[in-house]
Design a protein around this ligand. Structure first.
Ligand SMILES: [Fe+2]
Length: 333
């Protein structure tokens, strides 16, 4: 063999491995999740993969709009939101690209977009929290539909109907119970003087202080208020055999269309769907891991024990406008 041929062979051997295993690049994430709830997850990912992550945190709706503006040349590769509706909004605007892998398929289909556009990472259910000094166990409501009863007049707080979790819940009610029923129910809540506060943190604190007997919240607000030492309990409503169940919404993540670091973003999505990150991501906020078999934080009810509304989260997005119109008509605030 001539020295030239030998050199060609050596060169080939040197080149082949580097083309097969391209070095990992960086990853840019826009996140609507509060930083203490996402930074530990990103740190674990960086440790495991060596991929450098740049995080920009902010209000989910503002970041979603930024993602739209930046198309077709986005700065971020991946978006994290606290509600399926925000992810679905971007999907309907054609600002996401699908990704499904073997690991992602292990997350139940109900909690991700049918076409792979977004992935649910942790679950949160709509519950009623109550003040244990104001209500005895036998007085507790078993259904959200009891809250229109005059005996609850002036005793209930909820977050503003501009809140994504509240809007998603009302859309779910419309899909399960129909438009006419939902409108009538919301009018009853209004007639009962239900108070809408700025956000769920205000609701949990007001119930904790005893200003309201009941609060409509996502379940982790109950756990946060309990951790603060307040006398609060939680009701998972509508759990009977013929009842509607509760809405389980998700915090989730999505790969942005035209992202510059697609492989890194896909690796992050796989990481989020795997047991270690599932446990960490969910536990940071008392949420439910969505990967079957991963335990909830101590004291948090297991997702498998909860009767859930029979709807897919990716059905909520296209219903959004109708719900907003209904809320306008009802005028709940
Ligand atoms: Fe929240």
């Amino acid at each position: 063999m001539s020295w030239l041929k030998k050199l060609a062979l050596v060169t080939a051997f040197v080149l082949v491995p580097t083309t097969l295993a391209q070095p990992w690049g960086e990853l840019v994430i826009y996140s609507g999740r509060s930083e203490p709830l996402i930074v530990p997850v990103i740190q674990l990912f960086q440790q495991q993969t060596g991929i450098r992550v740049t995080l920009q945190s902010g209000a989910a709706t503002a970041l979603a709009n930024l993602i739209l503006q930046e198309q077709p040349n986005p700065r971020a590769d991946l978006f994290i939101a606290n509600d399926a509706g925000t992810l679905e909004f971007l999907k309907l605007k054609d600002a996401l690209q699908p990704y499904i892998s073997e690991q992602i398929r292990k997350i139940p289909e109900q909690f991700r977009a049918r076409d792979g556009s977004w992935l649910g990472v942790s679950g949160r259910s709509r519950v009623i929290m109550y003040n244990t000094k104001l209500l005895r166990p036998e007085e507790l409501p078993k259904s959200v539909f009891e809250l229109g009863d005059p005996r609850w007049k002036g005793k209930i707080a909820m977050a503003t109907t501009r809140n994504e979790s509240v809007i998603a819940w009302m859309t779910a009610l419309r899909l399960v119970k129909g438009d006419a029923f939902t409108k009538e129910y919301l009018l009853k809540l209004k007639a009962n003087g239900i108070v809408t506060l700025n956000g769920h943190t205000d609701v949990r604190k007001a119930v904790g202080r005893g200003e309201f007997a009941l609060g409509l919240v996502n379940h982790y607000y109950y756990h946060l208020e309990l951790r603060d030492g307040s006398p609060v309990g939680v009701i998972y409503p509508d759990q009977g055999p013929t009842d509607t169940g509760v809405l389980v919404n998700v915090a989730g993540a999505a790969l942005i269309k035209n992202a510059k670091h697609v492989r890194e973003a896909q690796r992050f999505l796989d990481f989020l769907a795997a047991p270690e990150a599932q446990k960490l991501f969910a536990e940071l906020n008392f949420e439910y891991p969505l990967l079957p078999g991963v335990p909830t934080a101590p004291g948090v009810r297991a997702l498998e024990t909860i009767k859930r509304m029979p709807i897919r989260l990716d059905e909520l997005g296209k219903e959004l406008e109708k719900t907003l119109k209904l809320l306008d008509e009802v005028g709940l605030g």
